[in-house]
Design a protein around this ligand. Sequence first.
Ligand SMILES: NC(=O)c1ccc[n+]([C@@H]2O[C@H](COP(=O)([O-])OP(=O)(O)OC[C@H]3O[C@@H](n4cnc5c(N)ncnc54)[C@H](OP(=O)(O)O)[C@@H]3O)[C@@H](O)[C@H]2O)c1
Length: 243
Amino acid sequence: MIVTGGGTGIGRATARAFADRGDRVLVVGRTGHTLRETAEDHANFRILCLDITDTGAPERIVETALREFGRIDVLVNNAAIAAPQMLSAIDPGRIDEQIAVNLRAPVLLTRHAIDALADTGGTVVNLSTAGSLGRRAWPGMSIYGASKVAMDFLTRTWAVELAPLGIRVVAVAPGVIATGMGERMGSTPEEYARFLEEMKPRIPAGRVGNPDEIAWWIVQLAQPQAAYTTGTVLAVDGGASIA
Ligand SMILES: NC(=O)c1ccc[n+]([C@@H]2O[C@H](COP(=O)([O-])OP(=O)(O)OC[C@H]3O[C@@H](n4cnc5c(N)ncnc54)[C@H](OP(=O)(O)O)[C@@H]3O)[C@@H](O)[C@H]2O)c1
């Protein structure tokens, strides 16, 4: 298994959920201490500290997984960044950063993993967002949302392209999940806590989600029992996207 962005939030929960089942997991991210916290000396983890947008990163990730485990069953394209900005104030550098991390890097990583995934009849799980599903608008998040709409399209298209190789491609679209991502987007802890509180009445389930509730689905979608599921974008959002 490979989980990008495995040092925090949904990536950490997913990596631990796989490892707890006995799967061997390579967690990838830029921050060594968060990756080590995910691994917690668990024998099933390997850590690779790098920026997924760096030249040569896809090759290093795939080579490391094959060297350590001899196979790749699942690739979880989870790492992403979000830089809220209205169009009127948009900064070209922040556009490029978001597209590089959220879109270009998973494209190249998945491309480099094809042969290994074909050998195992493996699964690619892309992280989308329920915030950009359907005909929704999302003021201030146009570039992030566009990168996630693109992930949905890649998911469907790769599912068809890679089906002859026995590779499935699915996406999970989380709703509002309490991961601390808002703080990494620039909010203070107080602002992020207020945002989570304000979201509750807009979610039919009446609460925000937790990372384990997303990780559970990622693990399920990677199981052999899900063999007839490909190209699907699964919303896991307490009903927010249909309310
Ligand atoms: N939380 C939500 O409410 C929510 C809702 C919908 C969708 N999602 C999606 O779910 C996924 C996980 O989100 P999250 O909430 O768990 O966010 P998060 O905690 O901020 O996790 C993102 C991870 O990506 C890593 N990362 C960022 N840039 C990277 C780079 N250039 N190279 C390598 N790693 C990089 C970060 O680690 P380093 O900074 O250490 O590299 C971090 O561990 C994302 O795709 C996000 O868009 C989240």
